[in-house]
Design a binder for this molecule. Structure first.
Ligand code: ADP
Ligand code: MG
Length: 258
């Protein structure tokens, strides 16, 4: 009988994202093809524990696809995903959530017919045994939704809905939080509130974040480092100052609306 040696598969994960490493996430040669189109093209991406990284790039660059590979929403064509000492490449989504990967999708995924408090109960049920009331209140206060606790989610403003969704993702007590365009369509004030919340989540909770965003001013207000994706590959990586000053980045990305 052929005995498969599990260490062959898990060793790179331990080396790259295990206890001896400060990295929480590493992808290796991660690839996703849709028919003849390569949406993610052999991406090696690394993220440190507690880091807040912004992912930018033109429409169709492969940003959402990349995050969906990390959550398990999409299955890679090739390559590996190492997270927190484990090879999670083939792990089902719900197990990734249990291990601390939480996602706020591009399309809002709150329950519109439920109240704010009922919405929060959905993720809390997965992690809390009893004290729902205490945890619910903590999250409502933190995300400035206490006054809206009995409001039906569909009656919330767009900014409140975004805060609720981030609150729901944080209710799962993640180690890695992925956000796809969390401030799209928000006012300047609402955007500033989300920026503060995300910075706080990275600094105070030690949660690592990957934030996809188009608004370069928002990116500048939150990011340590920025990764620019273009045609499925990492085009540039650096500080926001480096990225803003890069003429090639301006050409492929900022050129779009400037
Ligand atoms: P971004 O989020 O950067 O705008 P996406 O990751 O959504 O880009 O898309 C990357 C490329 O992959 C695009 O060309 C898009 O049309 C294609 N794509 C994304 N999802 C699918 C899918 N489910 N089926 C086929 N093509 C897809
Ligand atoms: Mg997208």
């Amino acid at each position: 009988m052929a005995v498969s040696d599990p260490t062959i598969k898990t060793k790179p994960a331990v080396d790259e994202t295990g206890r001896k490493s400060s990295r929480v996430l590493q992808t290796r040669d991660l690839r996703k093809e849709f028919g003849g189109l390569t949406a993610t093209d052999d991406v090696d991406f690394a993220l440190e524990e507690g880091e807040l990284r912004c992912l930018i790039g033109p429409n169709g660059a492969g940003k959402s696809t990349f995050l969906n590979l990390l959550t398990g929403q999409l299955e890679p064509t090739a390559g590996s995903i190492y997270y927190d000492g484990h090879d999670i490449t083939a792990m089902p989504s719900h197990e990734r959530v249990e291990r601390g990967i939480s996602m706020k999708f591009q399309v809002p995924s709150i329950y519109e017919g439920l109240t704010v408090a009922q919405n929060l109960r959905v993720p809390l049920q997965q992690v809390v045994d009893d004290d729902f009331a205490v945890r619910t209140r903590e999250i409502l206060e933190r995300f400035d939704l206490l006054a809206e606790r009995e409001t039906t989610a569909s009656d919330l403003s767009h900014g409140q809905q975004q805060r609720l969704e981030i609150g729901m993702a944080m209710a799962l007590e993640p180690k890695l939080l992925l956000l796809d365009e969390p401030v799209a369509g928000l006012s300047v004030e609402e955007t500033a509130e989300i920026a503060d919340l995300l910075c706080e989540i990275a600094a105070d909770d030690g949660v690592a974040l990957i934030v996809i965003e188009h608004d370069i001013d928002f990116v500048e207000s939150i990011a340590d480092r920025v990764t620019v994706l273009d045609q499925g590959t990492i085009f540039r990586e650096g500080s926001i100052e480096e990225i803003k000053a890069d003429p090639e980045v301006k050409r492929i990305y900022l050129g779009e609306d400037h």
